[in-house]
Design a protein. Structure first.
Length: 450
């Protein structure tokens, strides 16, 4: 069964065709380790994890690479503010990030690499750009000339007829105003001792060149998939393509996958706006990271979502209910092929996790399936969901109070008499007492509600 994904480059849903049969290479922009990410950032990291899990579910051999940006404008500025070395700062936040990945049950990438370990690869890439005439030296660094790049801005669908000759030294800029950008920054007083020798001048890499050099060092000149948040389409990913393809003459990435924004109070969540929420903030509000992951799965990765504690707590209640059902079910069942086929169709249709989650609840209500088979099927699904359902302990049912059992017996008598009004009234009274009824082929089951 083909996997179809929405390719940002073409703005179309496409059937995935790997560079090597049965294999998939993917690069994802990881954290800039000067602080811990906010939950909007983690939405993208959960998306990345689902991409990997879907391909592995489809028996692909995946090679996943994530970088840690441990040298750039932000990390240098923060290390000076805190009065610590760049390495001390970045290693601290890197470790915190890895711990939060674990709490979200995000699989560790096969290669988690630091920018500072690939400086020579960046120097080599800048040298190649200079040799090809795609980059030039200025007073403060080496810049990529976007006028020398074929189809610059295609990923972001920029309409560039007369590219500006101005340069931008900043690593990030928001306007759709294409300008030559720094691939290498010459040593400056602001950077202190953060500098490396290079044949074209001592200094440090620009942010954009870091990802190109790291991705191609590990995965080769052409990648199957590159992921990130929508905010990285321009300028970061646009510039990655420009410098990579100018240096190699080959397509850098075949499929680009970007996740949608997360809003809070209907505004984009961002550190620059000061309206961000961190994972630790949610935990203090008694929301588990796995509940947050479940909430993310209920929306399509490309959709814009609005975070509220009410929404994520509702998701947490649903996850608790799902886990209790799993805990009630016996082991020893078999995966139900009809459900697995539908599940596979959903996740292979541009990672449609909302439909896959809806299928879970349809399965739970399916009285024609045995509890053991339901459990086996749900655990199979969890290879993609990543909700740790296999670690759910057995759940012991609370004894049904005599008065509730009496109401259930009275309801059965009403049903036999086809007095549906009375039967519905008795069901409602049972539910108001905190219990639910499930009519199964083996009779009525009474369970505590969650």
């Amino acid at each position: 069964m083909d996997i179809h994904i929405f390719n940002t480059l073409t703005r179309q849903k496409e059937a995935f065709k790997p560079l090597k049969a049965g294999e998939m290479s993917m690069y994802q922009c990881g954290p800039t380790v000067y602080d811990t990410p906010h939950i909007g950032n983690y939405r993208t990291f959960v998306m990345d994890d689902v991409v990997r899990r879907v391909f592995e579910y489809n028996a692909y051999r995946v090679t996943q690479v994530m970088n840690a940006t441990d040298v750039d404008d932000k990390t240098i500025k923060r290390s000076k503010q805190e009065g610590v070395t760049l390495q001390a700062l970045t290693r601290k936040y890197e470790q915190m990030f890895l711990e939060e990945l674990e709490s979200l049950n995000i699989l560790l990438p096969h290669h988690f690499i630091r920018a500072t370990d690939y400086i020579q690869a960046m120097i080599d890439l800048v040298s190649a750009l200079l040799e090809k005439g795609a980059a030039y030296a200025a007073e403060d660094g080496i810049y990529l000339s976007i006028s020398k790049v074929k189809d610059y801005g295609a990923l972001a669908h920029l309409n560039i007829k007369d590219p500006s000759k101005e340069r931008v030294a900043n690593d990030e800029y928001d306007k759709e105003d294409p300008r030559d950008f720094a691939v290498w920054k010459f040593r400056s007083a602001e950077d202190g001792d953060v500098s490396w020798d290079a044949p074209f001048g001592a200094g440090r890499p620009g942010w954009h060149i870091e990802c190109s050099a790291m991705a191609m060092s590990v995965l080769g000149t052409t990648l199957d998939i590159h992921t990130g948040g929508t905010d990285l389409i321009f300028p970061h990913h646009t510039n990655e393509i420009a410098q990579s393809e100018a240096a190699t003459g080959k397509q850098f990435v075949r499929y680009w996958i970007h996740g949608g924004f997360m809003n809070v109070s209907d505004e984009k969540m961002a550190k620059s706006k000061g309206n961000f929420i961190k994972l630790g903030d949610m935990i203090e509000e008694s929301v588990s990271p796995l509940a947050y992951r479940y909430w993310l799965l209920t929306s399509h990765y490309r959709s814009q979502v609005n975070f509220t504690y009410e929404a994520v707590r509702s998701a947490q209640n649903a996850l608790i209910r799902l886990m209790k059902e799993i805990g009630r079910y016996p082991a020893g069942g078999a995966v139900i092929s009809a459900y697995k086929e539908r599940f596979n169709a959903y996740i292979n249709d541009d990672l449609n996790t909302p439909q896959a989650i809806a299928l879970v609840w349809e399965l739970l209500k399916d009285a024609a399936q045995s509890d053991a088979d339901k459990k086996a099927t749900l655990l199979d699904f969890d290879a993609v969901f990543g909700l740790k359902l296999a670690s759910v302990p057995p759940f012991e049912e609370e004894p049904v109070p005599p008065e509730v059992q009496a109401l259930a017996d009275a309801r059965e008598e009403a049903r036999k008499a086809k007095d549906w009004t009375q039967a519905d009234a008795l069901r409602k009274e049972i539910e108001e007492r905190g219990f639910e009824l499930n009519d199964t082929p083996d009779g009525v089951k009474i369970r505590g509600r969650f």
